[in-house]
Each structure stands twice: as structure tokens, then as C-alpha cells.
Design a protein around this ligand. Structure first.
Ligand code: IDP
Ligand code: MG
Length: 151
């Protein structure tokens, strides 16, 4: 069993549409434990650092512009294989290709307004979590993990 931590962002469209609770509910229903959470507005520098892998893409400027346009909620979810599991819950990047029942298929229409970010690998999870949280932002949910999710 691999217990992982992953970064999730409720993007500005999710906050402004009042879907933060829905996103959190889906994470909690799957059994992921929230171990850090923060409401904030990103500045350009932090946004460009977060999305650095896309810096040469044609949509980069628009992406940075959008992610800094309003408040977001950053959270860290913990659970077994949480990185891949959260990506499953989110659905494909383009909501049109996302499977029904996923967050993006159920609540979004376009790739530029797809509500949610989730780390895509162990390496990105580690890198991205460090952009949004410092070590003492994390709480221990070890007892909940043992009681509810691990034998
Ligand atoms: P992901 O969010 O599913 O990991 P990435 O490929 O990492 O998808 O892209 C980051 C974000 O950039 C996407 O969530 C989406 O909002 C935006 N994006 C990706 N590709 C395009 C595109 O072709 N046009 C506009 N926006 C895009
Ligand atoms: Mg990505």
C-alpha cells in the first residue's frame, strides 16, 4: 500500500460557482483525508511557477491569467495511491472527453474552465505541494487513516 499526498486546486471557476463544497465532498466520499487547506489568490509569479511545465504552450498566458483572476482553494489530500485516484475523480483535462461521473464531466464544459487541478505524478505532487504549503501547514490524520481506511 502506498499512502500518498497530492495537491488539489479548486480553480477560480470552482470558487466563484460555489462548487468548492462539491469538490471536497467527492474527495471525502472516496476516503481521501484533507491534511492541509488554504483559501488564497495567486500572484503571477507563483502561478507561473506552479504551471512551469506549460510555459512554452500557446495557452500559458491565458492559463496564468485565469488562475490568478480570483480566489482559489488549495488543498492536500492523503490516501492510498491518492495521486492517481484524484486524477480519476477529476476526469480528463477536456471535459468533453471526461468520463461521466467525474468532476469535470459533471460540472464543466471547456478545457480552459475545468474547475480543478490535481498533481499528475509523485514528483509533481511534491514540487507543487511545496509551492502552496509549508511543513507546519500539514496536520496528522493518522488516526482517521487507521480507523477508516487501513486494516
Ligand atoms: P491537467 O489540469 O488535466 O493536468 P494539463 O495538461 O496539465 O492538464 O494542463 C493544465 C491546465 O491548462 C488544464 O487544466 C487546462 O485548464 C489548461 N489547458 C490545457 N490544455 C489546454 C488547451 O489546449 N487550451 C486551453 N487550456 C488548456
Ligand atoms: Mg497537469
Amino acid at each position: 500500500m502506498t499512502i500518498e499526498r497530492t495537491l488539489i486546486l479548486a480553480k477560480p471557476d470552482a470558487v466563484s460557482r460555489g462548487l468548492v463544497g462539491e469538490l471536497i465532498a467527492r474527495l471525502e466520499q472516496r476516503g481521501y483525508l484533507i491534511v492541509a487547506m488554504r483559501l488564497m489568490q495567486l500572484d503571477g509569479e507563483r502561478a507561473r511557477t506552479h504551471y512551469v511545465e506549460h510555459k512554452d504552450k500557446p495557452f500559458f498566458a491565458g492559463l496564468v491569467n485565469f488562475i490568478t483572476s480570483g480566489p482559489i482553494v488549495a488543498l492536500c489530500a492523503e490516501g492510498e495511491n491518492a495521486i492517481e485516484g484524484v486524477r480519476q475523480l477529476m476526469g480528463a483535462t477536456d471535459p468533453l472527453s471526461a468520463a461521466p461521473g467525474t468532476i469535470r464531466a459533471d460540472f464543466a464544459q471547456s478545457i480552459g474552465r475545468n474547475l480543478v487541478h490535481g498533481s499528475d505524478s509523485k514528483m509533481s505532487a511534491e514540487r507543487e505541494l511545496a509551492i502552496f504549503f509549508s511543513e507546519n501547514d500539514f496536520v496528522s490524520r493518522r488516526h482517521d487513516m487507521e480507523r477508516w481506511f487501513r486494516e
